[in-house]
Design a protein around this ligand. Structure first.
Ligand SMILES: Cc1cc2nc3c(=O)[nH]c(=O)nc-3n(C[C@H](O)[C@H](O)[C@H](O)COP(=O)(O)OP(=O)(O)OC[C@H]3O[C@@H](n4cnc5c(N)ncnc54)[C@H](O)[C@@H]3O)c2cc1C
Length: 417
């Protein structure tokens, strides 16, 4: 069977759905195809739901490699590298190492700030249009150690130099900001412009919005493409379908890398596996979202529930749950939020997601060179939700003829061999 949408978006995670919604608003007839349209197999469904202009430092940042090496010796730490005989992993690590320096961080911070701030504004508009709850109370970065607080105080100063609000807080101020929770920390930094939402509610709202626009969301696994001249003419599915379209957006998360290879594009990407738990009846319910500096754990209130998320396992694979990492998340959380006990997590099903991580910590958003009608949108690592609306806006512009932003160009690591 041959279907003819004008625009085929491959991947129904937060990037694909947001892009489809924005394309729909721009008058395009859109079909989203996902191997599992429920979204359960992707990374977007049960993440920490944070919208974070405070995250202007890319994943590849100074000090990250040294800290990562130390963490690798601790099986409960928030970071792991799954080594193997995988050439692409080692090549990714080498690129990551080359970018994890101050110069790259300084060169990236204005770009990330601008993308995040625009995305936040778009979230406000989307919340009005689509009717999901967007909580604008800020984020508290909590520090247990003097060294951690010192580092975050420097980040706060850097944030202010970039025009972002950031307040260094003693424990009394933390209590004022969120009186309902007990915290056992040395202090923290409040980023009042950060926000949070329930990602499942956001994705559902996007799906409803796309359907209301007359778009289509369907199941199918794209395996390859057929090209003619400088265009892709159809996507070929594992189910034997040929899906024709005038334009294509590839937004299949970590799985975009093998599909990009079919288009002649080298898209270095590694999975950064993370986990989350959702406490259905939390002992205390914070009003803000939190990050634990030392434990790298994210805590987000979602209605009556509380989500606790963390861990970055580079090279992690689908379906495998690492119990020690889960223990690490729970221990860090209970240490800083003493009203909670590890027993609160007994019987809760952990969720895991594979963050699509580029080696320079910047997303891939741009047209594929030599192909006039394909745009790539992915590689957002831990910022995929936060940057989804601005990504969608950029994709619409790229399909309308805007030039690639060089720092985000999917071809910045070269073509396939
Ligand atoms: C624990 C955790 C917490 C996080 N917290 C935050 C946060 O607070 N804020 C934030 O901004 N980000 C956060 N992130 C990161 C964020 O979740 C990701 O960056 C984002 O979900 C990536 O979205 P995506 O659409 O690119 O990929 P995905 O959500 O993985 O979507 C890709 C989709 O493509 C589909 N697909 C794959 N292959 C094919 C194929 N061949 N054909 C058709 N469909 C296919 C998949 O089924 C999937 O639905 C977190 C991640 C984790 C793991």
């Amino acid at each position: 069977m041959t279907v003819q949408p004008s625009h085929l978006v491959i991947g129904g995670g937060v990037i694909g759905l947001c892009t489809a919604y924005f394309l729909g608003k721009a008058g395009q007839r859109v079909t989203v195809i996902d191997r599992d349209p429920s979204g359960d197999t992707g990374c977007s469904q049960r993440n920490a739901g944070m919208v974070v202009p405070s995250h202007f430092t890319p994943l590849a940042a100074p000090g990250v490699v040294g800290q990562g090496l130390k963490w690798m010796l601790d099986r409960r730490s928030p970071f792991a590298l799954r080594p193997g005989l995988n050439r692409s992993l080692w090549s990714w690590c080498w690129q990551f190492y080359r970018h994890a320096n101050r110069r790259h961080a300084l060169n990236s911070r204005e770009l990330l700030r601008d993308l995040s701030l625009e995305s936040r504004t778009l979230f406000e508009e989307l919340a009005e249009e689509l009717g999901f709850t967007f909580v604008r109370r800020g984020l508290l970065m909590l520090c247990e150690s003097a060294a951690g607080l010192h580092e975050e105080t420097e980040v706060a100063a850097e944030a202010r130099s970039l025009g972002l609000e950031a307040e260094v807080c003693a424990p009394e101020r933390l209590r004022e900001l969120d009186p309902e929770v007990d915290l056992r920390v040395l202090g923290g930094v409040w980023f009042p412009r950060d926000a949070h939402l329930d990602p499942t509610a956001f994705l559902d709202a996007l799906r409803r919005g796309i359907l209301r626009q007359g778009g289509n969301i369907r199941s199918g696994k794209v395996m390859d493409f057929r090209k003619s001249g400088d265009s892709v003419v159809c996507a070929l599915t594992a189910e034997g379908e040929e899906l024709s379209a005038e334009r294509f957006t590839l937004a299949a998360g970590i799985w975009s890398a093998p599909l990009a290879r079919r288009l002649g594009l080298n898209l270095p990407m590694q999975a950064g596996k993370g986990y989350s738990f959702t406490l259905p009846q939390p002992t205390q319910q914070p009003e803000l979202c939190y990050l634990l500096k030392e434990g790298r754990v994210a805590i987000t209130p979602m209605g009556d529930k509380l989500r606790v998320a963390g861990t970055m396992e580079i090279g992690g694979s689908e379906g495998v749950i690492n119990r020690r990492r889960l223990e690490g998340i729970i221990t860090s959380f209970c240490r800083c939020f003493p009203a909670f006990k590890p027993g609160d997590f007994t019987g809760l099903e952990p969720w895991s997601g594979l963050r699509p991580c580029s080696p320079d910590g910047l997303p891939y958003i741009g047209r594929v060179r030599n192909l006039s009608n394909v745009v790539i949108a992915g590689g957002h690592a831990m910022l995929g939700l936060s940057l989804a609306p601005v990504t969608a806006r950029l994709v619409v512009g790229l399909h309308a003829g805007a030039a690639n932003v060089p720092r985000l160009d999917p071809a910045r690591f070269g073509k396939t061999g």
